[in-house]
Design a protein around this ligand. Structure first.
Ligand code: DC
Length: 224
């Protein structure tokens, strides 16, 4: 069984996806982390100059990348790039600024979508991202599309950055980055962020994480 969770940035997709996967004993795959690992490679290889990405040079590095995940001590999902734990490095504002650009490159999407589809072969999983219910698993048994008010999303994302020790960005900067990423994710030509026709809407603006989980859990049980 495949559960696809799509939606805008910071709508709480990963929180509900992780909880659902744990409760159902399914594998959880955070596809945003995979695009973030490619973006980290671009930064590390010095391919971003004044906000402009050298796409051709990045293409040359794609075949060398092994994107994976490891279970942390507390059962958390940690991003691993070529064997190196990069969970903290992929969640910075520097990566937030470039990741939508990286994820709009068709060759990057082709490689990552193929890997994501292989992960679903013969396995029960919960996968979150932007194109899971439309492109990666159009036949997913359950599709959820998450939304939330932009101010609430910005506050949640700021709290997350603060909890990781980042005090350099303001709420306004976080909100503007979120809105810009939403616009870029919706506008890209290759597999834009789009609600699948058969996805169920889940608005996470004014309900608690427990209520979000309960709704998703009830929907999953209905399908099982
Ligand atoms: O979910 P996130 O914020 O970690 O995702 C990071 C970026 O990757 C986001 O700007 C959109 C992109 N992305 C995508 O294009 N397709 C996916 N399936 C997942 C993420």
């Amino acid at each position: 069984m495949i559960i696809a969770i799509d939606g805008f940035s910071s709508t709480g997709k990963s929180t509900v996806a992780k909880r659902l996967a744990t409760a159902l004993d399914f594998i959880y795959v955070d596809t945003g982390a995979m695009y973030r690992m490619v973006a980290l490679t671009a930064v590390r290889e010095g391919l971003v100059h004044a906000g402009v990405l050298d796409e051709d040079a990045l293409m040359g590095h794609l075949p060398e990348l092994t994107l994976g995940f490891r279970r942390g001590e507390h059962g958390e999902n940690l991003a691993v790039l070529n064997g190196e734990l990069v969970e903290a490095e992929i969640r910075t504002m520097e990566i937030n600024r470039i990741v939508s650009r990286v994820s709009s490159i068709p060759a990057v999407r082709r490689q990552l979508v193929a890997q994501q589809q292989r992960m679903g072969l013969g396995q029960n999983l919960v996968m979150d991202g932007r194109d899971i219910g439309t492109i990666v698993f159009p036949k997913a048994e359950l599709k959820i599309f998450m939304t939330a008010d932009a101010d609430i999303r910005a506050e949640r994302r700021l709290a997350e950055l603060r909890s990781k020790g980042d005090y350099t960005v303001s709420l306004a900067e976080v909100k503007s980055n979120l809105l810009q990423r939403d616009a870029e994710d919706q506008a890209r030509v290759d597999s834009p962020l789009l609600k699948a026709v058969d996805a169920r809407d889940l608005d996470n603006s004014h309900i608690s994480p427990d209520e979000v989980f309960q709704t998703a859990w009830d929907w999953a049980k209905e399908k099982m």
